[in-house]
Design a binder for this molecule. Structure first.
Ligand code: TYD
Length: 215
């Protein structure tokens, strides 16, 4: 399905390693926008639609997941995203909503491209095909040192780490560096936030920067 040009709404994506504190900051940013009486739609990747949740289960919780090749992983993430864009994000933007996405196409660029060493060109093409013209207006990378993100992961109450979280220190270092490199190349879209500050300080910084950029 071709996507029409998006209007009035704004798409803000959140990126970063696991344990970077994205979900807390997404709720806090949503609360700021709600006070301005804007419609706010929060989505998460992979998932956010029924089809996407099924795909997410295959990727993240499949016990034999270790055998999944990087190419399959990329295509499954892209498939979930294509569905989310057409079913949820594009209609919300057309209504004029603020859409806050917990991960978006940059996750594939960094995790599958840089983390799993897939060539940059096909990853970029598949990303573009999946999202059509629905690109984020602002992308917030919450940056934390790898040691901090791994320590936070270990503290999480969940019993067994899921497949993606079993990756090693080197992998997460590559992910962190990948995001920083991407952000450096696209300073107009990206905003890198120091995730080691307090939650309140991060919230304040994000709100100040986002309102200035969207003004
Ligand atoms: P999940 O537990 O849903 O989210 P998070 O870690 O952001 O709280 O796990 C999603 C995992 O999938 C996470 O390790 C990042 C990874 N991922 C990719 O590798 N590529 C992608 O395109 C996306 C959207 C996620």
């Amino acid at each position: 399905m071709p996507l029409k040009q998006k209007v009035a709404g704004k798409l803000i994506s959140f990126e970063g390693s696991e344990g970077s504190g994205k979900s807390t900051q997404i709720s806090r940013l949503a609360a700021h926008f709600q006070k301005t009486h804007r419609e706010v739609v929060s989505t998460r990747e992979p998932g956010g639609t029924e089809i996407g949740e099924q795909i997410r289960n295959i990727i993240v919780h499949n016990s034999k997941g270790d055998e999944m090749c990087a190419e399959t992983e990329l295509l499954l993430f892209a498939a979930a995203r294509a569905q989310l864009v057409r079913e949820v994000i594009a209609p919300a933007l057309t209504r004029g909503a603020i859409v806050l996405s917990d991960r978006y196409l940059d996750s594939s660029t960094v995790y599958q491209g840089i983390g799993r060493n897939l060539a940059a060109d096909p990853v970029a093409q598949i990303n573009r095909f999946a999202v059509g013209n629905v690109m984020p207006d602002v992308t917030i990378v919450i940056d934390v040192p790898t040691s901090v993100s791994l320590a936070r992961l270990k503290q999480r109450a969940s019993d067994l780490p899921d497949r993606m979280e079993r990756e090693n220190l080197d992998f997460y270092t590559k992910i962190r560096e990948g995001y920083l490199l991407l952000a450096k190349g696209l300073p107009g879209r990206f905003l890198v936030i120091d995730g080691t500050k307090t939650e309140d300080a991060i919230e304040k910084k994000i709100w100040a920067e986002v309102s200035a950029r969207l003004a």
